[in-house]
Design a protein around this ligand. Structure first.
Ligand SMILES: [Zn+2]
Length: 326
């Protein structure tokens, strides 16, 4: 009797500046279980890599499986990533340079690991599940701790000459604007990421700005989350509303630039900021994008918010691992 293939499960990992999320999937992409831990990037790269490995092992264990039953791990990492060498080339949020993440994880986990930029991997997950693999030209824009992007051109992930394409968070949209983690000024990420939004709010509060947020969380705005911004806006906080409107407008301008360059069929937005503030931001993003994109280029283009939420990264990781091990 032929032995069944025991290594049939896939693990997708979403590894960001704030948290690490691992999900275990079967071959048809049903999620069987997931684990989440904080990244603790301040503890240094080897400890972070150990935390990723432990998060994967815990997720597998939670599903009453073992690593021998795992066919592959697909991992999205922030910043410029080389999927071929498996290295994180530069991740400003983590202060990482040339880190052999794939090799280190394969040593610790004993299964094949496949690495991609986090924006690309989120887009891969959304494209395969939510968009059913249909549109051949798609741009993904993900607003979280940083801003990630992904590009599907003519049906394939577009990675570019040094395989680092899709760094749309570092598209400069305000010359001389606020300083970005990458060293430049005025990057999209320095204007509309959660980090940028929180920084704007915190410095205004320090300068005496009144907001419902301090009533909710205290003057230090400790443990501020994107969901708090939504609550404040719904309670009528005009200051927070304006900060979010500005971030949505910058996002719309970035989307217009992407439409002008790639002419995608679908622009999909996601990430923690969009998940929490979709109702407050999407209409402004769409209106601004349509306004700024060159006239005649936007006909039939859809600009949508992903419904996959936090799962985009782990789903994409599973899709990548399935592809690479087929
Ligand atoms: Zn930048």
């Amino acid at each position: 009797m032929a032995e069944t293939n025991k290594s049939e499960y896939l693990v997708g990992v979403d590894f960001g500046g704030t948290k690490i999320l691992a999900g275990v999937f079967d071959a048809t992409l049903n999620c069987l279980g997931r684990t989440k831990v904080s990244t603790k990037s301040e503890r240094g790269q080897s400890e972070v890599i150990e935390r990723i490995a432990r998060c994967v092992q815990d997720a597998v264990d939670e599903c009453d499986l073992n690593m021998k039953q795992v066919r592959g791990v697909g991992l999205g990492a922030p910043g410029a990533v080389d999927p071929q060498s498996g290295e994180v080339i530069f991740a400003p949020n983590l202060k990482w340079e040339d880190v052999p993440l794939k090799e280190d994880l394969e040593k610790q986990l004993g299964v094949p690991v496949f690495l991609e930029n986090d924006g690309n991997i989120c887009l891969l997950g959304i494209h395969e599940t939510e968009l059913k693999g249909k549109p051949r030209n798609v741009v993904g824009v993900f607003l979280g701790t940083g801003i990630g992007g992904g590009l599907i051109v003519e049906g394939n992930l577009y990675s570019g000459f040094n395989r680092t394409a899709g760094e749309i968070g570092h598209m400069v949209i305000e010359v001389g604007g606020p300083k970005c983690g990458c060293g430049n000024r005025g990057c999209f990420e320095a204007l509309a990421s959660r980090t940028a939004i929180f920084r704007t709010i915190q410095s205004a509060v320090k300068d005496g700005q009144k907001t419902i947020l301090t009533e909710m969380l205290g003057d230090e705005l400790k443990d501020l989350r994107s969901g708090d911004l939504r609550k404040a806006i719904r309670k009528g906080d005009k200051f927070t509303e304006k900060v979010i409107e500005d971030a949505a407008e910058y996002t719309g301008i970035a989307v217009a630039n992407l439409i002008n360059i790639f002419n995608p069929e679908v622009v999909v937005l996601g990430g923690g900021v969009i998940d929490a503030l979709e109702d407050e931001m999407m209409a402004i993003i769409v209106e601004t994008a349509m306004d700024y994109a060159m006239s005649g280029t936007t006909k039939g283009i859809e600009i949508i918010a992903s419904k996959v939420g936090d799962d985009a990264g782990i789903l994409g990781g599973a899709v990548l691992a399935r592809r690479e091990t087929q």
